[in-house]
Design a protein around this ligand. Structure first.
Ligand code: ATP
Length: 363
């Protein structure tokens, strides 16, 4: 376990900032997820923490000690990559044992430790096999085994599940969460999958163009995104955005074909604002057909149904207000038809509001 502190770290490649002014202090044993679109600086951040990439400026501390100039081995960090990086000519046993052999552990002690790790990852029956004779999920477990066998202070996992099919990803996601909770090792986990970010991390770092946009718990990132980028990146399907004016002391966000009712807190913030023009945000899962719930106190969106997508127990529809397309996702119900006019209500206190540039939430 370790406390990792990133103090204003920055990395420039040929004058371009891949990571800029990143500040973060983990708790002991914390699971941090770094999420963002391709090229936003996730891997570069991980490589700096691991010592594989020099920082251009700033400091990295582990348990209070400055490790900025230390080599990867001196930092005691274990990495798991997307391509597993297993040795193809070695058996599962030797792949897991390798770093202990390098450390000159006795054969007996290595045997004990490897068997213990293999058992915890359900790999005991595969110890004699080579990686080519394993499934993707088994290979990924071997890569994890190799990382945990030496009990590092810090784990870094860079998109470890991206080569797995959808079902295996879900299974392995659960395995990794359980493993990290059990081992209580401080972990940095990189993904571009917002669902992994929401389900796995104690805290999530949302990055864009090398800059951390928000560092917060998954719940707060979902409930109170600091800007339009975070709001659109986290949550699936993505939040709807509508040009609106704030009226009635910030209690209403109005535009063609909609009238959203804000929470008391948002209304207060909007009432203080000089400008009444803004971007309203409402998540698809917070909209439902008016007939399906109480009308009082809720705002509405009206339009024509342009698309109906059945999703098993749920249905997703696209509604055209005439000036915008709004997505809504709710429990499946009969009677929805293409071209039909529909009034959607929104759940209480769910609308968001951003300044016209989308750089700032009013909350
Ligand atoms: P992905 O999700 O596609 O893996 P990422 O968020 O991990 O992307 P990085 O690999 O950290 O992004 O890259 C951040 C930026 O730095 C990108 O614009 C990339 O092109 C650039 N970059 C990364 N490594 C180098 C390098 N060695 N030389 C020059 N530019 C680099």
């Amino acid at each position: 376990m370790a406390v990792v502190e990133l103090r204003n770290i920055k990395k420039s490649f040929a004058g371009v900032d891949a990571v800029d002014a990143l500040n973060l202090t983990t708790k002991d044993g914390e699971f941090i997820v770094i999420v963002g679109p391709s090229g936003c600086g996730k891997s570069t951040t991980m490589r700096m923490i691991a010592g594989l990439e020099e920082v251009s400026s700033g400091k990295i501390l582990i348990d209070g000690a400055d490790v900025t100039e230390l080599s990867p081995t001196e930092r005691d960090v274990a990495m798991v990559f997307q391509n597993y990086a297993l040795y193809p000519h070695l058996t599962v046993y030797d792949n897991i044992a390798f770093c202990l052999q390098v450390r000159k552990w006795s054969k007996e002690r290595i045997g004990q430790r490897v068997r213990q790790v293999a058992e915890s990852l359900a790999l005991s029956q595969y110890l004699d096999r080579k990686p080519a004779a394993l499934s993707g999920g088994q290979r990924q477990r071997v890569a994890l085994g190799r990382a945990i066998v030496r009990e590092p202070r810090i784990f870094i996992m860079d998109e470890p599940l991206s080569n797995l099919d959808a079902k295996l990803r879900v299974d392995m996601r659960g395995e990794i969460i359980k493993l990290c909770r059990r081992l209580k090792v401080t972990t940095f986990y990189v993904t571009h999958d917002q669902l992994e970010a929401l389900t796995m991390g104690h805290r999530v770092v949302v990055m864009r163009n090398g800059v951390a946009q928000q560092i917060d718990t998954p719940q707060r990132i979902y409930d109170e995104p600091v800007n339009k980028f975070v709001a659109s990146f986290i949550g699936s399907p993505a939040m709807n955005f509508l040009y609106a004016t704030s009226e009635e002391n910030g209690k209403v966000l109005r535009g063609p074909g909609f009238e959203l009712r804000t929470s008391d807190r948002l209304a207060k913030a909007l009432a203080r604002s000089d400008s009444h023009k803004m971007i309203a945000g409402i998540r698809p899962e917070h909209l439902f057909p008016a007939e399906a719930g109480p009308l009082e106190g809720c705002g509405w969106v009206r339009g024509k149904i342009e698309l109906i997508e059945p999703l098993g127990s749920q249905v997703m529809i696209q509604v055209s207000t005439g000036s915008a397309i709004v997505m809504a996702q709710f429990e499946r119900q009969p009677g929805l038809e293409l071209g039909q006019s529909i009034t959607l209500k929104h759940k209480e206190d769910t609308p968001h509001a951003f300044n016209p540039e989308g750089e700032r939430s009013f909350l």
